[in-house]
Design a protein. Structure first.
Length: 113
């Protein structure tokens, strides 16, 4: 089992990504409102106020999507879906995705246990 994490910079694409997840068999996810470190530093810490110019076109808020998936194939499909919807990870603004191995999970729907 894997924990798939995606930081979505383009919040307006959330519904399309969630619909795509269902189509590829990812039936559960938690979505958290999030803010990047650079944004916090540039707005909240006066010494880093000049950092705002380095953020360029970055968006002020993100959505962080967390999903427990059962295999590497679902991770691959999720990455392909995200690139179809949000653009290549090689381009700015596509967000960040990663997966972590899980040793133990409790409380999931039976199809993932």
């Amino acid at each position: 089992m894997k924990l798939f994490v995606y930081i979505l910079n383009q919040q307006e694409k959330l519904d399309e990504i969630m619909a795509g997840f269902v189509e590829i068999g990812i039936t559960g996810a938690t979505i958290i409102d999030s803010v990047g470190m650079g944004r916090i530093l540039s707005e909240e810490v006066p010494i880093f106020a000049g950092f705002q110019s380095l953020l360029g076109g970055s968006r002020p808020y993100n959505k962080t999507i967390l999903s427990v998936v059962d295999d590497d194939e679902k991770v691959k499909l999720a990455l392909e879906l995200i690139e179809d919807v949000c653009g290549s990870f090689q381009e700015p603004g596509a967000g960040i995705a990663f997966a972590l191995n899980l040793d133990m999970v409790h409380g999931l729907k039976p199809e993932l246990n």
